[in-house]
Design a protein around this ligand. Structure first.
Ligand code: TRP
Length: 358
């Protein structure tokens, strides 16, 4: 491994292709990814293998959603000239590393992972989920560490997975690379560890409320504003937002869903403060007015995305996305194979170097 070659610090993060991206994804993580493209070498992974954990019988849907998510990313501003898009199922080193990690993680530790528990509950999986379902959390540790990133920008719900990833990285380095268990996380690589211990970076709004005003914004709950929504759809969804307020002179609750949107999407901080003061005081500021401003701010954010997205529609768009994915996966495999070989060397499994034809 050439740890000595100077490189930009790396980012790895990803999404499971389950449908279109929405504003919750934007404020939770996507916005960070786009901002950090210059300062970091970025790898963005489409977790299409994970999509099979809950939709094993829906390969067509998963394929469609895979292309959709790539288009959403490109439309949102992920730049294929600077960042690398990674298709999980085309990186065999991830699956291989997942096996080694699975043996470093106690079974009960995986099953106690709070994000898995919440998902089992939310998706009503009961006790009839597949073996592959909890395994995805182990796989996610490999998704990340195979790229040896310093930073993992994610939404709040993913932090438990990143914590497990950090644990398995440390344990690998202690067990196979001679790193002292007392070592600080940032010293693992300088001390000869194969994996850095990456940090999660949570977006400025960890949990964005949906347009029902109650639950977290989520496609399956039908309370989402999608990155592809038109000005008209945005207006409609925002004006239906329930605030419980009757008149303009009634003091409003600035922690209601509408004001969470005010703070998340209106750019001018002075204007945000002014709206908050007037609303809280019941100073002639109607919900309708605030909603119009919020809808305009969201439309301003999404307008350029809609334009970039339009250029990717149709057959030509699919072709372009597939070309990008192929070229980028070749690059991602070069990095992933190098990491895997370093891990196998540490495990005394270096029986021969292979090369991948892609
Ligand atoms: N589990 C993540 C989600 O559903 C997607 C994901 C897969 C991911 N592998 C990853 C995120 C690695 C960050 C890093 O959103």
């Amino acid at each position: 491994m050439n740890n000595l070659v100077e490189r930009r610090p790396r980012i790895l993060t990803g999404d499971t292709p389950t449908g279109r991206l929405h504003l919750g994804h934007w404020v939770g993580s996507l916005e960070n990814r786009i901002r950090l493209q210059d300062d970091y070498e970025c790898f963005f992974l489409i977790a299409n293998m994970h999509a099979f954990t809950t939709r094993v019988d829906k390969p067509e849907d998963i394929r469609r959603d895979t292309l959709e998510i790539a288009k959403d990313w490109l439309a949102a501003g992920i730049d294929p000239e600077r960042s690398t898009l990674v298709l999980q199922t085309e990186i065999p080193a991830i699956a291989e590393l997942s096996w080694y990690f699975a043996m470093l993680l106690p079974f009960n530790r995986v099953m106690r992972n709070p994000t898995l528990k919440t998902e089992i509950e939310l998706k009503g999986l009961g006790d009839h989920y597949s073996f592959g379902f909890p395994l995805y959390a182990v796989g996610q540790c490999a998704d990340i560490l195979i790229f040896r990133p310093e930073l993992v920008p994610v939404g709040e719900d993913q932090v438990a997975h990143i914590e497990m990833c950090r644990e398995v990285g440390r344990r690998f380095n202690w067990t196979y690379a001679g790193v002292d268990p007392q070592a600080q996380d940032e010293d693992h690589v300088p001390l000869g560890g194969v994996f850095p211990i990456p940090r999660a970076l949570v977006g400025r709004v960890g949990r964005l409320v949906g347009t029902d005003g109650k639950s977290k914004m989520s496609k399956s709950l039908g309370n989402a504003i999608f990155l592809t929504d038109t000005a008209k759809e945005i207006k409609k969804k925002i004006s239906a937002l329930y605030t419980g307020r009757q008149t303009m002179t009634e003091p409003g609750d600035i922690n209601n869903a509408l004001f969470q949107y005010v703070r998340a999407f209106i750019k001018n901080p002075a204007r945000v403060a002014e709206l908050e003061t007037k609303y809280a005081a019941g100073d002639n500021l109607g919900d309708g007015h605030v909603k119009a401003e919020v809808a305009a701010a969201i439309d301003e954010l999404l307008g350029p995305m809609r334009e970039r997205r339009a250029a990717l529609e149709g057959e030509g768009g699919d072709k372009r996305v597939l070309e990008i994915l192929r070229a980028h996966c070749a690059k991602a495999n070069a990095v992933a194979e190098e990491t895997l070989y370093a891990a196998k060397q540490a495990m005394k499994l270096d029986f021969g170097r292979r090369s991948l034809l892609f």
